[in-house]
Design a protein around this ligand. Structure first.
Ligand code: CUA
Length: 309
């Protein structure tokens, strides 16, 4: 009757079903007894109340039976729980990262995926990492759930038993989009997994854009950030096409950051100084970058006009 989607599911389901059946029997039994006493001992029937105290037999019965039931619950629960903390040494390792508000899975410490793809019938250990606050990774179909706590090395493991797609949820309230912190785990045949991983490897090593390589190679990034941060010089993020107030000689004017301005800034950096920055900190890059290099850089800078602008 048990055919769980993971090797751990049956143990959880058995404990749940056992406790559920006992609770069900008790709630029906106790409710029926209460209703029966209401009717049977009704005052309208004119029965005289009787005073008595103590019943050894009753005391023993209601101590021994619940003790046995609770011990059975513990035993069945333990049988389901113990394997969850015994990872097979050959388990594949994947790092599961939780952050507000998404899951990300890292294969072999380098390849990142938003989807947890796993081969069927192979044990996997998920190392749980939080990048911000407390989350909790829950895969209901596999009956696994562990908290994901910043600074604490938590983990879980399981072996998926069936091909298919299963939901991954966050079960620790973590803010505005907690309920949207959902991912998918896809269980596939080994061959399909190998192919998927190879594709992920290819996708993970897309070469950097040529413009970025030029910026890095010429040392521009030491003084100009790509993320909007103010360093020695203005950031490249949101730079291209923006309006800037510059000082040229003793006069201030507003210019548009286009190719022409870029060439002028690279060849004669002190000629037009952006408001808030100082003269004399940048050398001319004439001879290091030619005009076609600069137009490649301009193309790259256009791609940086993203969300922060
Ligand atoms: Cu992450 Cu709730």
């Amino acid at each position: 009757m048990f055919t769980g989607a993971s090797n751990l599911a049956d143990g959880v389901d058995k404990a749940f079903l056992f406790i559920f059946i006992i609770a069900f029997i008790f709630i029906i039994g106790i409710s029926a007894f209460m209703i029966w006493t209401l009717i049977h001992f009704s005052r309208k029937k004119g029965k005289a109340p009787m005073q008595f105290s103590g019943s050894m037999k009753l005391e023993v019965v209601w101590t021994v039976i619940p003790t046995i039931l609770v011990l059975l619950m513990f035993w069945i629960g333990w049988k389901g729980f113990a394997p969850m903390r015994r990872v097979p040494p050959d388990a594949m390792r994947v790092t599961a990262i939780g952050r507000m508000w998404e899951w990300e899975f890292v294969y072999q410490d380098s390849m990142r995926s938003k989807e947890l793809v796993l081969p069927i019938n192979k044990p996997v250990k998920l190392d749980l990492v939080s990048e911000d606050i407390n989350h909790s990774l829950f895969i209901p179909a596999f009956r696994v759930k562990e908290d994901v706590i910043p600074g604490y090395d938590n983990w879980l493991w399981f072996t998926p038993n069936y091909i298919g797609d299963y939901e991954i949820l966050c079960t620790e309230y973590c803010g505005l989009l907690h309920s949207a912190m959902i991912a998918k785990t896809r269980i596939v045949e080994q061959e399909e997994f190998d192919k998927w991983l190879a594709d992920l490897r290819t996708a993970s090593f897309i070469p950097d854009p040529e413009g970025l390589v030029l910026l890095r190679g010429t040392g521009c990034l030491a003084c100009h950030s790509l993320d909007g941060a103010k360093l020695v010089g203005p950031s490249f993020r949101g730079f291209y096409g923006s309006q800037r107030i510059v000082t040229s000689g003793n006069t201030q004017k507003t210019i548009t950051a286009d190719d022409e301005y870029l060439i002028s800034s690279i060849y004669n950096p002190d000629e037009q100084i952006v408001e808030g920055y100082s003269r004399g900190l940048m050398q001319s890059y004439r001879g290091l970058l030619n005009e076609s290099d600069i137009s490649i850089i301009a193309e790259y800078l256009k791609t940086l006009n993203g969300e922060n602008q």
